[in-house]
Design a protein around this ligand. Structure first.
Ligand code: GCW
Length: 699
């Protein structure tokens, strides 16, 4: 049955017999120079992949003379092959080179790199060329990742549940670890290696300190051992209060020497078990989590203490900038009063948008060399569309890591088809103007803009215990695209979609085109049916699922929808210009210029930055109200087109996955209507204007 377990590593037999035999002839005799678990993994993958794709099991070749596919590193390059020169210096740690050459008139294919893991990445690349049926007779590929640490963040709660997980339970079975190594762990590592992901944070940023106890560290070690051949390093979250929670100390003050010693010993204990342990990810002083501010210390004090503990072992700290805390915000010097709505409580005036920037930019230059500040792509929280976080480009002395959310908390929660690569690209390509034109976010996070050698990117994982890993078969595409973009932020979202479809579903050109088009349209569709024109954070308060523009009692002002959309009889949107919260001032003047005037503002961000009248004249010539209605309708219409497209593929797609996606699309259509109807009926109580022609009346 096609249960999706194999992801994009299906290796099904290629239909075209001529192509099959040409691949098989070229790659029939494999020789791997050197011995290591990683090289063994590469060889095993080749045997599995080539056998499946060509129907011919490749042989292991005893001699260089006989070999046709050669795998070696700079250090194991055989003497007979000195004629083959590779620019190893350009390949770095993880890069690889695939090339064809002649040895004594015989054509050979070579995968080489500085490291074994580079060879493994090259192996997966070659297999991808076969899976996408590319010509390889004269293959020439040099590929080097732009970002050093390409990481998944698992929000695993240590009890099989996942915070914001929509694909079953956690794949970490803490109960059967350390002695039981599920094949799924290996397949997880293979899948990640195949797209260049090289790190995984096993635990939730909100998890307790249990994972740092010795018994759990043994389980972590077992996973680290299983992942190591695939170049996947293990990281953990560090609960800031761990010294109190599990260490018996009275304080977790980062400047207290007993606390510092506790962390140093803990780090030593971890590295004793896991010599290549990656380091810690920390959520501090955010949403009730403890942190250095609890002791009147700064984020830098906290991060540096942990950085010192792991630093002697080569570890890093990823300190999250996702902070908003009523108490801090109230006392922040950046606090000012919002002029558009005097009736909201204090906190509402402060604008959560501004807090991370206000707290972190002033600490620039104070962090240890092995600390990254990890920033969510937008200033609020993984909404369908956000302007980029103003922190990017604003901390020149600190390496910043990007945090994307692959799990679809605000994008339909595992039942909607939303391919996120266009969202990732929109952010990576955005120009911060931090050093003038061309200072893109990609350049901030790959370290090139400010010459940082340390660089990282994180994706909050969307996988779980579902047989197909992500529940929605198309969730796999977002995982895949994340890895590809972490490796090369300049890659193209459509190209990535196409190659994923070919590996995952079909090679039939028309079908590939149809599915790729569906994927490429899907992100704009969800923006339209949930939060068009710059609306944000108007979902239901409970579970963040479904529409809830009316929410006004979620526990605190900045969790309320009404705080964000600010609908009134005049109009809609959050004034973040100088006459409002002035969050806009956190961006460079060139960026401000794009957004500061409600008449010229990029309409994708209009209601993020402006409170405009229902009659506001949009670029289309329509009023704001009519445009809003039209967008909600367009969102629904796009989903219906996706349904029609999918239905046209019934004969091409295997019945299991065809039916699965068909059902999911019908959920998506129903929920798109639900969003449209709820939001329009709600906002209409303020606009008091009729629905324009072409917009279906709520059913
Ligand atoms: O998006 C919000 C989520 C929380 C999450 C938090 C964070 C892990 O609703 O579930 O907690 O962000 O990123 O810390």
């Amino acid at each position: 049955a096609e249960d999706g377990y194999r992801l994009w590593l299906r290796y099904d037999k290629i239909e075209n017999a001529a192509l099959r035999s040409s691949y098989s002839n070229q790659l029939q005799y494999i020789k791997v120079y050197g011995q290591s678990p990683t090289l063994a993994a590469a060889q095993k993958e080749l045997v599995m992949g080539l056998s499946g794709l060509t129907g011919n099991t490749p042989r292991e070749s005893a001699t260089t003379e006989q070999a046709s596919l050669l795998l070696f590193t700079r250090f194991t390059q055989p003497a007979q092959l000195t004629g083959i020169t590779t620019d190893y210096a350009a390949l770095g740690q993880d890069g690889f080179c695939i090339t064809t050459a002649r040895i004594k008139e015989k054509k050979v294919t070579i995968i080489t790199a500085n490291t074994d893991i580079g060879v493994l990445y090259g192996t997966f690349h070659l297999l991808r060329l076969l899976q996408t049926q590319q010509p390889i007779q004269a293959v020439q590929v040099v590929s080097v990742p732009a970002i050093q640490h390409r990481i998944l963040n698992h929000w695993d709660n240590l009890n099989r549940t996942i915070e914001r997980g929509y694909a079953g339970f956690s794949i970490w079975n803490w109960h059967t670890l350390p002695d039981y190594i599920d094949q799924r762990y290996i397949d997880y590592a293979r899948a990640n290696a195949s797209i260049g992901i090289n790190g995984t944070v096993l635990t939730n940023v909100n998890a307790n300190a249990l994972v740092l106890t010795h018994d759990y560290l043994l389980k972590v070690k077992a996973l680290a051992d299983a992942f190591r051949p695939y170049g996947l390093k293990v990281y953990l979250t560090a609960k800031f209060s761990a010294p109190v929670e599990i260490g018996g100390l009275k304080t977790a003050d980062p400047l207290d020497t007993s606390v510092q010693h506790w962390w140093q010993h803990k780090a030593d204990e971890i590295y004793e078990l896991i010599p290549d342990f990656g380091g810690f990810l920390v959520k501090a002083n955010s949403e009730g989590q403890p942190g250095p501010q609890t002791y009147n210390r700064t984020h830098a004090d906290g991060a540096n203490m942990l950085a010192d503990a792991v630093g002697t072992h080569g570890g890093i700290i990823m300190w999250r900038a996702f902070v908003y805390d009523v108490r801090v915000q109230k006392h922040d010097e950046d606090f000012d009063s919002n002029k558009t709505n005097k009736n909201l409580p204090d906190i509402a005036a402060a604008d959560r948008f501004k807090q991370a920037y206000a707290e972190f930019t002033k600490l620039d230059g104070q962090f240890r060399k092995n600390v990254l500040v990890q920033v969510k792509n937008g200033p609020i929280d993984f909404q369908p569309r956000e302007p980029f976080s103003p922190l990017f480009g604003a901390m020149p002395q600190t390496p910043l890591a990007m945090e994307f959310q692959l799990t679809m908390e605000y994008l339909g929660q595992g039942t909607h088809l939303v391919y996120q690569a266009p969202l990732f690209k929109e952010v990576l390509d955005a120009d911060t103007y931090a050093t003038g034109k061309g200072a893109t976010i990609a350049k901030v996070i790959d370290g090139s803009l400010y010459h940082h050698s340390l660089s990282a990117i994180a994706g909050v994982s969307n996988i779980g215990s579902e047989r197909n890993w992500t529940n929605h078969p198309f969730g796999q595409a977002t995982w895949y695209a994340y890895g590809k973009l972490a490796w090369n932020p300049n890659a193209n979202a459509r190209d990535i979609a196409r190659e994923w479809v070919q590996q995952t579903f079909t090679h039939q050109p028309q079908a590939v085109q149809t599915i790729t088009d569906m994927m490429m349209a899907s992100r704009e569709a969800v923006v339209n049916y949930m939060t068009p024109l710059g609306l944000h954070h108007i979902m239901g308060a409970s579970g963040h699922w479904g529409p809830g523009p009316w929410v006004n009692n979620a526990g605190r002002a900045d969790w309320n929808s009404v705080y964000y959309h600010r609908a009134d009889s005049f109009g809609l949107g959050f004034n973040r210009t100088a006459t409002g919260s002035n969050a806009l001032a956190q961006y460079k003047p060139e960026v401000q210029a794009q957004w500061k005037d409600s008449n010229t503002c990029d309409e994708r961000y209009l209601l993020w930055f402006h409170h405009v009248s229902w009659q506001h004249h949009m670029h289309s010539g329509k009023t704001l109200w009519d445009e809003l209605c039209t967008r909600y309708q367009q969102g629904v219409d796009t989903v219906r087109r996706m349904q029609a497209s999918w239905n046209s593929l019934q004969t091409v797609i295997d019945p299991e996955r065809f039916h699965q996606v068909q059902q999911l699309l019908s959920i998506q259509e129903k929920e798109a209507r639900w969003w449209r109807n709820s939001c329009l009926l709600y906002f209409q109580t303020y606009s008091r204007m009729p629905l324009p022609a072409g917009v279906e009346p709520p059913d």
